[in-house]
Design a binder for this molecule. Structure first.
Ligand SMILES: [Fe+2]
Ligand SMILES: [Fe+2]
Length: 285
């Protein structure tokens, strides 16, 4: 495959816009008529999901975990890491799309405005840092997209479930039953999720933030659970408690876009202090 066929989206934001069409309001299930929004302009989104659902196999995920969770690729001070993430510019329309940094800052500012604890604000600021995977050469379908458990049956509540027919795991009896390689209610910490920016940033931050914040990072794209409740059978009591926080985070991710960018010059001292309070001097990638 050439790079272009691997990356059908004009920008990563197109996936997020699509999620917004599916979930125009907080805390609700997908709009029934969501698929009626299918239009030629959205074909790239369908193609993106076709690739994601076809190639995110159990073996693929384990291989990516091996490759990336050694964190031996790069080491950067946090503020340099934001600059690095922001080199992720694609051919999106500069008038309508925010750069990665603006999305992070607007998310964290919306959380701060609601008076949440400072670590929650930091989650907002860091939650998409894992998108640097694109800069390490990963295709869009291995960086963004709704995440889902691998190693067990794919739920029909995952967007475009029909594309899982082409996933080899769907025909593999080790992986295609309700529980697959897992035990009932074994807890999500024992479950491998499709590979992408959520798991990567969670692993990056795992020694630096309270557990509630880590759940937000790790499962923020797991719409099949936090909106559709499709994987209760793998979760334990503790997961359910922690998912209240995942749900709390989601509206800030999806609905925090504001027309006027926050004044970074004024905000900078606050964020420098916040980052210094929780994070090590450098981040490992
Ligand atoms: Fe994200
Ligand atoms: Fe985000």
């Amino acid at each position: 495959m050439t790079p272009d066929t691997q990356n059908p989206l004009q920008s990563l934001d197109v996936w997020e816009e699509d999620v917004l069409t599916r979930y125009p309001e907080p805390f609700t299930k997908a709009k029934d008529d969501y698929r009626n929004y299918d239009e030629p302009g959205r074909d790239t989104v369908r193609e993106f999901y076709r690739l994601n659902h076809t190639y995110q196999t159990y073996d693929f995920v384990l291989a990516k975990e091996q490759e990336y969770l050694k964190f031996d690729k790069k080491e950067m001070p946090v503020w340099q890491a934001f600059d690095f993430l922001n080199t992720l510019v694609d051919d999106s329309d500069p008038d309508t799309d925010l750069d990665q940094w603006q999305h992070l800052l607007q998310t964290s500012e919306a959380i701060r405005a609601d008076g949440h604890p400072d670590w929650f604000v930091l989650v907002g600021l860091m939650h998409d840092m894992g998108k640097v995977l694109c800069l390490f050469g990963e295709p869009q379908w291995a960086v963004v997209g709704d995440t889902f458990p691998v190693g067990c049956a794919h739920s029909d509540s995952i967007v475009y479930p029909e594309y899982f027919d082409a996933n080899p795991d769907a025909k593999d009896e080790r992986y295609n039953t309700k529980y697959g390689v897992y035990e009932p209610n074994c807890g999500l910490r024992n479950v491998h999720m499709s590979w992408g920016h959520d798991e990567y940033v969670y692993q990056m931050m795992k020694d630096s933030l309270p557990e509630e914040g880590l759940y937000m990072l790790r499962y923020h794209s797991f719409y099949a659970q936090h909106r559709e409740h499709a994987y209760d059978h793998l979760m334990d009591e503790h997961d359910h408690k922690m998912f209240e926080w995942v749900k709390k985070f989601n509206p800030y991710d999806l609905y925090s876009k504001v027309p006027t960018p926050p004044n970074w010059k004024e905000l900078r001292p606050y964020y420098e202090e916040l980052v210094a309070k929780y994070l090590p001097g450098t981040l490992k990638f």
